[in-house]
Design a binder for this molecule. Structure first.
Ligand SMILES: NC(=O)c1ccc[n+]([C@@H]2O[C@H](COP(=O)([O-])OP(=O)(O)OC[C@H]3O[C@@H](n4cnc5c(N)ncnc54)[C@H](OP(=O)(O)O)[C@@H]3O)[C@@H](O)[C@H]2O)c1
Length: 330
């Protein structure tokens, strides 16, 4: 059993209230999309998760399909929880999702009640847990009434298999509707999970206003654009990097010369600030007070440590923000 660092909550500002709810999320959450599957080294995955908890990272973000193979990231965290963190379960926020392809046929994908509730049962079994803290609809299903999808989330909460309901990848209008339905059902939405980074600014076009208006939290994913917004690809594609792995979701063709030119220019500003580009990219998403948490991925403990430290880095000045915008507009 792991003996957790007694100072893990020393940095009180690291825990942030999730919207107007009672739930708190750490400024940096650990995502298990990559590096925690059956293809990955268990000892490394375990050491990253335990180091995260010791640093106050109480939130582990999963989904039914994370791996590869799909489902195996949940098995990995289940083993870590069982063998190392049982004593700390009440401090941990474990989230999972259903919404992308998980099994064959019409009820292994999207947003039906049948899919969401069966998937949650499978997730709980893989993790060996009686409940998750947050259960997400992973994406809006345009062909299923939103009342059905939200009804499934509400049932998950009422049955005690999830403590809070949440949505991910919903646009601003759908988020407002989802929040209204969940409020009416007595199981309010607690958090939205959109993709947000220097390279993906769509949430600024209404979604961040909506989460604020609805009083919900915002846990943003891929704040480092899967590693592009770091020094990882400045000298080619390392074999151990996501874009160098056959199963990595970041593909080499996404690392264009134009993107790398922006990365290099952003890196100059980060260096002037005395930090890495990864740290600056995280400071940038957290500059917006509507962002509760940045959900990062890490393949090494050193990456995780740098990301956590970035949560308390110097505020970006208006001059730096202007220069960043100019680079991204180029
Ligand atoms: N809701 C959704 O639809 C959705 C979709 C995607 C992700 N997510 C969630 O968001 C989480 C994070 O996504 P992500 O992994 O794409 O996040 P990310 O933080 O943008 O990228 C993580 C990758 O960046 C690199 N990295 C991290 N810290 C670094 C550092 N300090 N210096 C250099 N490189 C560094 C590592 O790449 P290498 O592995 O190459 O070393 C790491 O795997 C996922 O695990 C998942 O929980 C949710």
């Amino acid at each position: 059993m792991h003996q957790a660092n007694p100072s893990r909550y020393a940095e009180t500002a690291f825990q942030a209230r999730c919207g107007k709810s009672g739930l708190h999320l750490p400024k940096i959450s650990l995502g298990l999309w990559h590096n925690f599957g059956s293809v990955d080294d268990y000892a490394t995955a375990r050491s990253i998760a335990l180091r995260a908890f010791d640093l106050g990272v109480t939130h582990f973000d999963l989904a039914n399909n994370y791996g590869p193979a799909p489902g195996t990231a949940e098995e990995t965290i289940g083993r870590i929880l069982r063998e190392d963190l049982t004593a700390y379960r009440d401090e941990l926020i474990i989230s999972t999702k259903a919404g992308y392809t998980m099994w064959p046929g019409p009820h292994g994908d999207f947003g039906s009640r049948k899919y969401l509730l069966a998937s949650l049962d499978q997730s709980l079994k893989r993790m060996g847990l009686p409940y998750v803290d947050i259960f997400y609809s992973h994406r809006r299903d345009p062909h299923t009434p939103m009342e059905e999808t939200m009804g499934a989330l509400a049932q998950a909460v009422r049955s005690g298999k999830a403590l809070y309901a949440a949505v991910s990848n919903y646009n601003a209008a759908d988020t407002a509707r989802a929040c209204a339905i969940l409020r009416d059902l007595g199981t309010p939405c607690v958090v939205h999970q959109p993709k947000y980074s220097l390279f993906m600014r769509t949430p600024e076009e209404g979604l961040l206003d909506t989460v604020e208006k609805e009083g919900i939290g915002c846990a943003v994913f891929s704040p480092l654009a899967q590693g592009l917004l770091t020094d990882r690809y400045l000298c080619g594609i390392p074999a151990d990097a996501r874009a160098g792995k056959a199963h990595g979701f970041l593909r080499p063709e996404q690392i264009s010369d134009a993107k790398l030119a922006q990365v290099r220019a952003l890196n100059v500003i980060a260096k002037e600030r005395g930090q890495s580009l990864a740290s600056m990219a995280i400071a940038w998403v957290l500059r917006d007070k509507r962002v509760t948490s940045a959900i990062i991925g890490a393949s090494k403990i050193s990456q995780l440590e740098q990301c956590v430290a970035a949560a308390s880095s110097d505020t970006l000045t208006s001059d730096e923000l202007k220069r960043i915008d100019a680079i991204l507009a180029a």
